[in-house]
Design a protein around this ligand. Sequence first.
Ligand SMILES: Cc1cc2nc3c(=O)[nH]c(=O)nc-3n(C[C@H](O)[C@H](O)[C@H](O)COP(=O)(O)OP(=O)(O)OC[C@H]3O[C@@H](n4cnc5c(N)ncnc54)[C@H](O)[C@@H]3O)c2cc1C
Length: 406
Amino acid sequence: MKHADIIIIGGGAAGFFAAITAASVKPDLSIIILEQSKEVLQKVRISGGGRCNATHACFDPKELINFYPRGAKELLGPFYSFGPSQTIEWFKNHGVSLKTETDGRMFPVTDSSETILNCFSDLTKKMGIKVFTNVKVKNYHYKQSAELKFEIITDSENYTCNQMMLATGSSPFIWNLLKTQGYHVIEPVPSLFTFNLPKHPICNLMGLSVPKAKVYIKDTKISSDGPLLITHWGLSGPAVLKASAWGAGVLAERKYEFDILVDWVPDINVPAINQLREEMAKKKVVSNPLFSIPSRLWQFITNNIITDREKNWASLSKMEMTDMINQLKSSSFSVKGKTTFKEEFVTAGGVSLEQINFRSFQSKLQPGLFLAGEVLNIDALTGGFNFQAAWTGGYLAGTEMGKKQE
Ligand SMILES: Cc1cc2nc3c(=O)[nH]c(=O)nc-3n(C[C@H](O)[C@H](O)[C@H](O)COP(=O)(O)OP(=O)(O)OC[C@H]3O[C@@H](n4cnc5c(N)ncnc54)[C@H](O)[C@@H]3O)c2cc1C
C-alpha cells in the first residue's frame, strides 16, 4: 500500500492544475497523480485542433458565466478568484504566453498545445509530483473521522491519502462509482454537436457561411445566434453549436430528431424588408439579394418562391412576398441526427452541483474529497470556456488541499 498526502485521480487539465497549485502552496507535500491511460493530458494535446484554446478573453465574471449552460451560478464566485485574467497571468509566470484571436479565443503564441504539456510536465518534475500512468482507480473507501481518510483501490497497487481529488473528466465508470457513494449524478449527454439534415437540398450549398443567423429549436425556448455554416451533412457554426449546448438535455430526450427555424437576417424586421422591396421595385429579385445574404443562398431561397426568374421586386404577388418573408425570417428544417464537432466536444451532466462547496470545489458529502473539471455537471460553449472551468476548479481545489496540509 502506497501513501501520499494528496492523491489526484485523473491526469487531465483539472488534475494537473490542482496538483501543481497544491505543490506551490506547500512544496514539501507528497502528491501523486493516478492516470488510467498510458499518457496524461491527452485532451489538452488534441484540443483546439492541436493548438489548445486555453481560455477566452472575457474578463468580467458576470459576462463570462453566460457561456456556461450548466454551472453559471456556481462559477461566478470562483471566476472572481481565478478567472481568465489569472489564467493568463499564471501561464505567463510559467513561461507560456497566450495570444487572443479576433473572436476572443486564446491560444499559446506557439500555436501548439505541446507548449502547455511541456509546461505541466516540467513543473510536475520540478515539484516532485509523482505521475503514475496505466493505473485505473476502481473504488475508494472513505472514513470521515480517520486521519487517513481515503483508501484507493486500483487495478494494480492500492493507496492511502489524507485528501483526494477526482478529476476524471467524463468517465461513466467514475460516475457510477460516485452514485454508490451517495452522489447525485445528472445523466450525461453529449454537448457541442452539429445538426444533420440528411439529403436536404440546402446541403448542396456546403461551405457557405452566413455571418449572423438565428436558430430557434421548435417547441422549446432555445434560440441562439451567430455565424452559421452549411456543411455537406447539415448545419454547423457557432449558432448551431450554441443551440446544441443549451439544448443538450432536451435534444437528447428527443433522440436528436427535432425541427428548427432559421432566421437568416435576425437584425432586420419585416417592415424593413417591405421597405427595401419598395426601394428595389424595378430590380430583378433573383439577381438582387436583400441585405448581405450570400448569392448562392439567395438563389436557394428565391428558387423555392418564384418560378419566373425575370420578375422584379414590384411584381411579386402578396403570396410570394409572404413566402419570401417566411423563408428569410423562419426557414424550417427537420433535423435527424447529430455529428460530433471535432474541434471541441464535452459532456453535459455529471455530479450534481449542490453537493459541492464552490469556494474550494470540495464535496459536501465527503469533506477531504475535491472534484473539478468535467466530472461535475458543468460545461460551456466552444471557445476556451471548458478549459477555463477546469483551471478554475483545479486552482481552487489545489489551493485548499495545500492549505489544509499546512
Ligand atoms: C477533441 C476535443 C477538443 C477540445 N478542445 C478544447 C479547447 O480547445 N478548449 C476548451 O476549453 N476545451 C476543449 N475541449 C474540452 C476540454 O478538453 C475538457 O473540458 C477538459 O479536458 C476537461 O478537463 P478534465 O480534467 O475535467 O478532464 P480530462 O481532460 O478528460 O481528464 C480526465 C482524465 O482522467 C482520467 N481518468 C478517468 N477515469 C479514471 C480512472 N478511473 N482512473 C484513473 N484515471 C482516470 C482520464 O483518462 C483522463 O486523462 C476539447 C475536448 C475535446 C474532446
